[in-house]
Design a protein around this ligand. Structure first.
Ligand code: THU
Length: 133
């Protein structure tokens, strides 16, 4: 199992190299794993009009939808070379809530000492907004 997480994290690491972040100089990469077994990658893309920048996580989830992915998210790995434990921002947490299998999905991060740290969505984003099913 750890092996799967390590692979997701190394893919997030690799895609962070493509980040377009001339304003913050804070590259981020994300790799999202779906129930189908498909994985999608994203990096952050900034803009001179700062507020238009988009995070790595939302780019990865947008790629999934654009590619026709119909299943739900099981796990996401997030990486920044600038910061250990690069947690998703509030907007990305709400996006994860939209597409997650459930609130137990795993958020995989590089912790201290290069060790993998795994959190659950429900612990970092309880009571997210959803329409009644
Ligand atoms: N960023 C992400 O891509 N994901 C996160 O989880 C946190 C922040 C980006 C947005 C911006 O381009 C840069 O990191 C600094 O905030």
């Amino acid at each position: 199992m750890t092996d799967i997480y390590e692979k997701l994290l190394s893919k997030a690491k690799e895609i962070s190299k493509n980040a377009y972040c001339p304003y913050s100089n804070f590259p981020v990469g994300a790799c999202v794993l779906y129930e189908s077994g498909n994985e999608y990658l994203g990096c952050n893309v900034e803009n001179a009009s700062y507020g238009l920048s988009i995070c790595a996580e939302r780019n990865a989830m947008s790629s999934a939808i654009s590619a026709g992915e119909k299943t739900k998210i099981k796990a996401i790995a997030i990486y920044s070379p600038k910061q250990k434990m690069c947690l998703p921002c509030g907007a990305c947490r709400q996006w994860l809530c939209e597409f997650a299998v459930d609130e137990n999905i795993q958020i995989i991060l590089e912790g201290k000492d290069e060790k993998i740290s795994i959190l659950k969505l429900k612990d970092i984003f309880p009571y997210g907004f959803k329409f009644d099913e």
